[in-house]
Write a protein of this length. Structure first.
Length: 237
């Protein structure tokens, strides 16, 4: 019996949202035993997001989880209220399975799902296209994580990206939390689990393969177009 993967995606409205979620849906549709949790950074669940979820045919949960008002202006940290709401939902509804935080704009190799499904406590693996080093990854020696390779250590215990780890839900403590501190969300979350370095399970061939990328879509800039109504009026009636 395959363990269920709970794939948690924070998302927010913008011109790129539907294409990002469409592409992600088309990846996830290939994955067996996956429950998609989309946490919408809006006061109500949006219909366009609901429609993508419904048409995916996947089991899903759609949560409305707007960021608190004080973070509206700065727009950082990104996707925290929604991930926290997803953690609450998991705590209330799920007792086993594997949690993975999958942003709406990342790119995932299907092999990653076979890997993270094996997670006993916390597993880790490389993430491509991160920072100035181009990859963020645990450093593995004799099958154990001994250090981290990340271009922004930021005095973090676990300097990893959100896409670089998975957690067995049985290891999710009631104290599990994610702070509203940009750059420290992952580290503080992992620390809140009471994770020890020697408990980390390195995946992706001892962290030698990149199976997920922190891709970013260029922001669509609305061109200033003036439609020439006169020309349209000139058309033969
Ligand atoms: N996000 C969100 N609300 C926001 C900004 C971002 O829910 O106000 C989501 C976004 O859809 C994505 C995740 O949080 O799934 C991380 O955001 P983004 O990809 O913009 O950040 P970066 O790639 O720069 O870490
Ligand atoms: Mn992103």
């Amino acid at each position: 019996d395959l363990k269920m993967i709970y794939f948690v995606t924070p998302t927010y409205p913008r011109p790129e949202q539907v294409p990002e979620l469409t592409r992600l849906a088309h990846t996830l549709m290939h994955v067996p035993r996956l429950h998609w949790i989309i946490a919408d950074d809006q006061p109500a669940c949006s219909d366009i997001v609901s429609d993508i979820l419904r048409r995916s045919g996947l089991p899903y949960t759609h949560i409305s989880s707007p960021k608190p008002y004080i973070y509206k202006e700065s727009n950082i940290p990104r996707g925290v209220a929604n991930r926290r709401a997803s953690l609450t939902w998991l705590r209330d509804n799920v007792h086993e399975g594997v949690l993975y935080f999958g942003d709406d704009d990342n790119t995932v190799d299907l092999q990653l799902f076979d890997e993270i499904r094996q997670t006993k406590k916390v597993s880790m693996f490389p993430v491509g296209l991160i920072g100035t080093y181009g990859v963020s990854t645990p450093v593995v020696k004799d099958g154990k994580v001994v250090a981290f390779f990340d271009s922004w250590p930021g005095s973090r215990t676990f300097p990893v990206d959100m896409a670089g780890f998975a957690v067995n839900i049985e290891f999710l403590k009631p104290s599990a939390s994610m702070p509203y501190i940009a750059g420290h969300e992952e580290d503080r979350f992992l620390v809140s689990l009471g994770l020890k370095l020697d408990e980390i399970e390195p995946l992706a061939a001892n962290c030698s393969k990149v199976l997920v990328w922190h891709t970013k879509t260029a922001k669509y800039k609305k061109p200033s177009l003036k439609i020439n109504l006169e020309k349209i009026d000139d058309l033969p009636k």
